[in-house]
Design a protein around this ligand. Structure first.
Ligand SMILES: Nc1ncnc2c1ncn2[C@@H]1O[C@H](COP(=O)(O)OP(=O)(O)OP(=O)(O)O)[C@@H](O)[C@H]1O
Ligand SMILES: Cc1cn([C@H]2C[C@H](O)[C@@H](COP(=O)(O)O)O2)c(=O)[nH]c1=O
Length: 207
C-alpha cells in the first residue's frame, strides 16, 4: 500500500462531508492525487447496497443482515476503488469506513465489536486507514444540523437513544486504535475544524 489512506468518522451531521471537500482541495493544491469516496457507496454495486440499507421506507432489517450489507458494500469498494488507488500511490479520503460498522452495528445494534471486526476482516483484508479523523459532536446538535436536509434515511430515523449510543461508542474508539485516530471537536466553526485537520495531516506526512 503506497498511498495515504485517510478516513473521516463521526455521528450523523457532525460535518464530515463539509470537511472532506475542504481537505481534498487542500491536498490537491499541495500536489496530491486525491480520490474522494464514501461508505456505504463508492462503486455501482456499493451504491445499490446503500439504497437498500438506507431506504427511507424503513423496512425492518435484522442487525446481522445490516452488518453484512455494510461489509459487502465495503468489500466491493475496497477491491474496486480503494486498494487500486493506494497501489498507484494516490491519497484516498473516505467518508466513513470500518469504524462506522464497529460503532453503529457493534455498539448501536449491540452485535459486539469483535463480531463486527470479524465480519469486516474478510471485506478489507489488510487495507486499513493510516489516519482517521474522529469528529465528536453530540447527537442533539448533529441531528439538529441535518433537519433542513429533507427526508431522513433509515439510520437517521432511529430514536435519540440509538444516536446517543453511537456518540458514546465513538468516544471509546481512540482507546481501541490510539495510533491512527485523531479526535476533532466538531462543535467549532468550519474553518477551525479544517485548520486542525490540516495541522494533523502535515504532522503525519512530515513524520
Ligand atoms: N462546523 C460546523 N458548524 C455548523 N454547521 C456545520 C458545520 N459543519 C457542517 N455544518 C452543516 O451541518 C450540516 C451537516 O453537515 P455535513 O453534511 O457535512 O455532515 P455529515 O457528518 O457529512 O453528515 P452525515 O454523516 O449525516 O452525512 C450541513 O448543513 C453543513 O452545512
Ligand atoms: C459505513 C457505515 C455507515 N453506517 C451508517 C451511518 C449513517 O447513518 C449512514 C450513512 O449515511 P451518510 O449520510 O453517508 O453518513 O449509515 C453504518 O451504520 N455502518 C457503516 O458501516
Amino acid at each position: 500500500m503506497k498511498g495515504l489512506f485517510i478516513t473521516i468518522e463521526g455521528p450523523d451531521g457532525s460535518g464530515k462531508s463539509t470537511q472532506i471537500k475542504k481537505l481534498a482541495d487542500y491536498l490537491e493544491q499541495a500536489g496530491h492525487a486525491v480520490v474522494l469516496t464514501r461508505e456505504p457507496g463508492g462503486t455501482k454495486i456499493s451504491e445499490k447496497i446503500r439504497e437498500i440499507i438506507l431506504d427511507k421506507d424503513n423496512i425492518e432489517m435484522d442487525p446481522v443482515t445490516e452488518a453484512l450489507l455494510y461489509a459487502a458494500s465495503r468489500a466491493q469498494h475496497v477491491a474496486e476503488v480503494i486498494r487500486p488507488a493506494l497501489k498507484e500511490g494516490k491519497t484516498v479520503i473516505c467518508d466513513r469506513f470500518v469504524d462506522s460498522s464497529i460503532v453503529y452495528q457493534g455498539i448501536g445494534r449491540e452485535l459486539g465489536i469483535e463480531t463486527v471486526e470479524n465480519i469486516n476482516c474478510i471485506a478489507v483484508k489488510n487495507t486499513l486507514p493510516h489516519i482517521t479523523f474522529l469528529f465528536q459532536l453530540c447527537p442533539e446538535i448533529g441531528l439538529g444540523r441535518k433537519t433542513q436536509q429533507g427526508e431522513k434515511d433509515r439510520l437517521e430515523q432511529e430514536a435519540l437513544d440509538f444516536h446517543q449510543k453511537v456518540f458514546e461508542g465513538y468516544k471509546g474508539l481512540k482507546e481501541l486504535y490510539p495510533d491512527r485516530i485523531v479526535v476533532v471537536d466538531a462543535s467549532r466553526s468550519i474553518e477551525e475544524v479544517h485548520r486542525d485537520m490540516v495541522m494533523a495531516i502535515e504532522k503525519r506526512i512530515k513524520g
